[in-house]
Design a protein around this ligand. Structure first.
Ligand code: MN
Ligand code: MN
Length: 480
């Protein structure tokens, strides 16, 4: 619903429009600027570790201080202070301390920075058919067939038993080699083509070709595999056992790109959920002055595999971080103060939604489907088949979001994820709502979600940013 641009006041109907209609020149300029920064972010932030590090770099450049150092020194926090805290280099919380005490609640935007991909196993390297291959175990909900026969880059880290971290990033620079998973030629694929799309390429079959030249020592067994080990030794000082303590991710190779004759879209890997994570962090960076309520952004890991683990949203990291901020914010820390701070918080669960796809019209119910250029997607409930598993935002809170977005001139639309019986999905919303805080899902609609290359609209990314900024600034009806 393009609420500000739609119909006259006398028209009772609720109409939706293309956000480019009536877009102000000032918004058009900011849209270009934001999307240039977003494209740059996507290209250097393909993994959760990289997105975390890039976000920290951006935060530090704007004067955000590491909360760990403030905790260690017992430095008091005051209104206007800017802090961030990392969890294992994969999850990140950042905040600008507001004028009101923390127990009055925070304005939180939480997204995730992990994306579906192909992870390398701990015992991966083998030789077969005059090739060295790496065995993999995919991460997140992928359609296997989409990940074959395209250039892949290897991103990740090896950690040595003495603690040394050896980063690896191969396949992104123009001079780098790339990797790939092979597919069967159509000529010999009669049996494969009769299988269902989920069975045609098994998960265990997603192995990556890594080399084909034998080592010089003719007495060795598996000389091609050994040559790869020699190269890993020469370049990185590694041996085969170092794969045991490595986190290596194959992701589509190459940078994010503008898409379409009019350059109105972005084609890139990992837009679920950097299409929301980037606008969230940018909104926090752009927050003018000191907000009434403490403004916080949370970028999580492990969302695509259930939000478990110390770096997932189901851990106590965010709660503990708010606890530390309460402790440093004057007064005495108590569990009750922390519970009040969390319970009184408002949160946007910042995750992507699905756009109506004209090639697959059967899965969406058009009145309640997100449309490209329809702006930020507000999703009252997620879940599947009877709203099962949904965090269903209270109508009262949806009304607050309308108030905030309308006042800021944000183009937004209300949408569900697909037809009622078609399936569904979940986000981190429910894990935060259990503190008793108001939580609603709001983010960017994408096409080809979870595919190697996902498509988004620039206007939707911009309007999501604009909505997030207005939300972080909001004084909840009080005077600013
Ligand atoms: Mn997501
Ligand atoms: Mn996802």
């Amino acid at each position: 619903m393009a609420t500000k641009t739609a119909s006259k006041k006398t028209d009772l109907s609720h109409t939706r429009g293309n956000g480019y209609e009536g877009l102000k020149p000032s918004d058009a300029r900011k849209l270009d600027e934001l999307c240039r920064a977003y494209i740059a972010f996507l290209s250097v932030s393909k993994t959760e570790r990289e997105a975390h590090d890039e976000a920290v770099r951006l935060l530090q450049a704007r004067g955000f201080k590491d909360l760990e150092a403030l905790i260690a020194a017992g430095t008091r926090l005051a209104a206007g202070d800017k802090v961030y805290r990392s969890c294992a280099g994969k999850t990140l919380a950042a905040a600008v301390i507001g004028r009101k005490p923390l127990e009055r609640g925070l304005q939180v935007i939480g997204g995730h920075i992990d994306s579906p991909r192909i992870d390398v196993k701990q015992n991966p390297l083998y030789e077969s058919g005059e090739m060295a291959l790496l065995d993999t175990h995919y991460y997140g909900g992928i359609k296997h067939y989409q990940w074959v026969a395209l250039p892949l880059a290897l991103h990740g880290v090896f950690i040595k038993p003495d603690g040394r971290k050896i980063p690896i990033r191969v396949g992104e620079d123009p001079g780098d080699p790339v990797f790939c998973i092979t597919d069967l030629l159509p000529h010999l694929a009669q049996d494969q083509m009769k299988k269902t799309m989920s069975d045609g390429i098994p998960g265990e079959g997603l192995d990556v070709v890594a080399g084909s030249v034998p080592c010089a020592d003719k007495k060795r067994k598996e000389r091609i595999k050994y040559r790869v080990l020699e190269l890993l030794k020469e370049k990185y000082g590694l041996s085969e056992s170092d794969f045991l303590s490595a986190e290596l991710e194959f992701v589509p190779a190459g940078p994010a790109r503008e898409a379409g004759f009019d350059r109105s879209m972005i084609l890139a890997y990992g837009q679920d959920d950097k299409a929301c994570a980037f606008p969230a962090i940018q909104a926090l960076l752009d927050l003018p002055g000191t907000p009434e309520y403490t403004a916080a952004v949370l970028l999580c890991d492990k969302e695509e595999i259930g939000s478990l683990g110390a770096t997932g949203m189901q851990s106590n990291f965010f709660e503990n971080t708010v606890g530390e901020m309460v402790n440093l914010s004057g007064g005495t820390y108590s569990e009750l103060t922390l519970k009040r701070a969390l319970g009184a918080s408002w949160m946007i669960s910042a995750d992507v939604n699905v756009l109506h796809d004209p090639l697959y019209p059967g899965v969406s119910e058009l009145k309640n489907a997100a449309l490209l250029n329809g702006g930020a997607v507000v999703t009252k409930f997620t879940g599947a088949r009877g709203k099962s598993g949904a965090n269903d935002a209270n109508a009262e809170f949806v009304a607050e979001i309308r108030r905030i977005f309308d006042a800021a001139g944000v183009v937004y639309q209300s949408a569900e994820l697909g037809k009622v019986d078609q399936g569904g999905g979940g986000t981190i919303a429910g894990y935060m709502a259990r503190y008793g805080m108001n939580v609603i899902d709001c983010g960017v609609g994408v096409l080809s979600m979870h595919a190697p290359w996902e498509l988004s609209g620039k206007l939707d990314v911009y309007m999501t940013y604009k909505g997030y900024l207005a939300f972080l600034k909001d004084a909840r009806g009080g005077k600013k």
